[in-house]
Design a protein around this ligand. Structure first.
Ligand code: G
Ligand code: G
Ligand code: MN
Ligand code: NA
Length: 254
């Protein structure tokens, strides 16, 4: 059985689950949001990483259905956490190019928010630079329509794509995510320090939030804090957690 057919069946059998990784304020350590990361709870192979199926899902087009399933689950989880009285925070969802380019993508987001009774301010979409670089006028329309719902827009893996920075002027972006390759060993890697510093400065001057990804050590966090990078995400704070562990993680910190 091909991986593609296996994934179709997984959608029918509801085998995709979300884990959530905390995003914290670097200065105070307070929770600021959570990134939703999909996993496949495979009946024989156990928990399968998205690295092993997202590329095939993108090639086959199945990423559209998987991405819809991820958005539904993320919003259902926000609803559930709200109902359980957890402190409110935003959930970030990774969006693939094919998914973003679906006709009426913004309308789809609007419908999902309404269905789950979740306000747009509790959702952030993580887009890659490659999504933004094609069909600029269409992209701009979609971004504006999404923004009008109150949803936040972040650029994932910032600095790794082939972008021209001028798109930051035109597109209603809220946040840059410093790719983890620039964060790794930043305390003893001058080039990474220079790049991260440049992204923080760019964020400051354009009034964008900046979050460092893949922060693993206290020394990496200290350097980023020294640069006045505002937020961080990474194993130093927590790995991605299943929802119940996430709630426990949050309870233990407050
Ligand atoms: O979660 P990590 O744990 O292994 O994720 C690996 C890769 O898969 C990352 O590049 C991440 O952005 C991507 N990824 C994780 N969840 C999703 C998702 O729901 N949709 C898309 N398109 N990519 C995802
Ligand atoms: O492409 P994107 O940035 O969405 O992917 C996030 C990926 O990074 C996921 O695979 C997630 O599990 C992983 N990740 C999150 N925090 C860390 C970290 O501190 N170190 C490493 N090596 N990976 C991390
Ligand atoms: Mn991401
Ligand atoms: Na990233």
């Amino acid at each position: 059985i091909s991986l593609e057919n296996d994934m179709r069946r997984a959608l029918e059998r509801d085998e995709f689950v979300l884990h959530f990784q905390p995003q914290v304020d670097l200065a105070t350590g307070q929770l600021r949001g959570a990134e939703a990361l999909v996993r496949w709870r495979h009946p024989e192979r156990g928990l399968v990483s998205p690295m092993h199926f997202i590329p095939v899902a993108e090639e086959s087009g199945l990423i559209v259905q998987i991405g819809e399933c991820v958005l539904r689950k993320a919003l259902a989880q926000v609803r559930e956490w709200h109902d359980q009285g957890l402190p409110l925070f935003r959930v970030s969802v990774n969006i693939s190019a094919l998914q973003f380019r679906q006709a009426n993508f913004a309308r789809f987001i609007e419908t999902l928010l309404a269905e789950h009774g979740v306000s747009g301010e509790f959702l952030e979409l993580e887009l890659t630079e490659s999504i933004l670089m094609r069909d600029v006028e269409d992209v701009l329309d979609t971004l504006n329509a999404i923004k009008s719902l109150g949803v936040r827009l972040a650029i994932d893996d910032f600095g790794t794509g082939f972008s021209c920075l001028s798109y930051l002027r035109r597109f209603p972006i809220d946040c840059l995510k410093i790719d983890q390759s620039f964060v790794r060993n930043i305390e003893r890697t001058p080039i990474n320090q220079s790049i991260a510093q440049a992204i923080v400065a760019l964020g400051e001057s354009l009034a964008l939030g900046v979050i460092a990804e893949g922060v693993e050590t206290l020394s990496e966090a200290a350097v980023l804090k020294g640069m006045r990078c505002s937020q961080a995400q990474g194993y130093l704070y927590s790995t991605p957690l299943e929802p119940r562990s996430f709630a426990r993680w949050l309870a233990n910190r407050n």
